[in-house]
Design a protein around this ligand. Structure first.
Ligand code: SF4
Length: 224
């Protein structure tokens, strides 16, 4: 993946943020009550819609199995049944179990005392925690500035004409990390706005007629 527009990226990124805010308002993510619930959601949402994550989390709550210790204490089969609605439930059960085993030994509040690179490295060392999951946990659970990118981010920036080539997580994240102030609220809201825009407007088949970014979008001009 190559960054095409390298000039004034700081201003361009802030302009895009304000345009998305004008389109979608203030979102105030993440829909969870505790840092542990955020982390659990970040693992369970891999390759599935959020509504399926909610069903799995509701199952855990209904079974009174919602602390790391309680999840750690139940069997693999029991946990698989509770997580079944989240899709790929056998693999996700292994991932949740690996995460819980880690934080039973080393609680999240202890891990979260580290700076972002140290915390990121520790999270990435846990089975099932990839870069997007690690950054989601850092940003939305630890409330530290680590920008989260995903396929919505890639699709939007490639359609706008800012990047080309195949999706590359580290390069796309660096584009935001290197050109924006490291501000938790900004990162939190920016990622949420990109996801909202990708889910409702700049979808696989984009709804360009309903999009306020037309004037700055290569994809839109190439279509007309
Ligand atoms: S104009 Fe169309 S392609 Fe461009 S960002 Fe908007 S929805 Fe996506």
């Amino acid at each position: 993946m190559r960054i095409i527009c390298e000039e004034n990226l700081n201003k361009k990124l802030l302009d895009l943020y304000h345009q998305l805010q004008t389109e979608h308002g203030t979102l105030k993510w993440w829909p969870a009550d505790t840092p542990f619930e955020v982390a659990l959601g970040a693992i369970l949402t891999q390759a599935t819609a959020w509504r399926n994550v909610v069903k799995a989390i509701d199952n855990l709550k209904a079974a009174d199995t919602f602390t790391p210790e309680q999840i750690h204490a139940i069997s693999q089969d029991e946990l698989e049944q509770l997580l079944r609605p989240s899709g790929y439930f056998r693999m996700k059960t292994k991932k949740v179990r690996a995460f819980v085993e880690h934080i039973v030994e080393r609680p999240m509040q202890v891990m979260f005392k580290q700076n972002v690179p140290e915390l990121r490295e520790e999270l990435l060392s846990i089975y099932g925690v990839g870069p997007e999951t690690a950054d989601s946990i850092i940003l939305y659970a630890a409330e530290k500035p680590s920008f989260v990118v995903d396929t919505y981010t890639y699709r939007l920036l490639s359609r706008l004409g800012w990047v080309e080539g195949n999706f590359h997580y580290a390069r796309l994240r660096a584009l935001f990390m290197d050109n924006l102030p490291h501000d938790v609220e900004l990162f939190n809201e920016y990622h949420a706005l990109i996801v909202r825009h990708g889910a409702r407007v700049c979808q696989k088949t984009p709804e360009c007629q309903a999009c306020g970014l037309q004037a700055s979008c290569d994809h839109f001009f190439n279509r007309i």
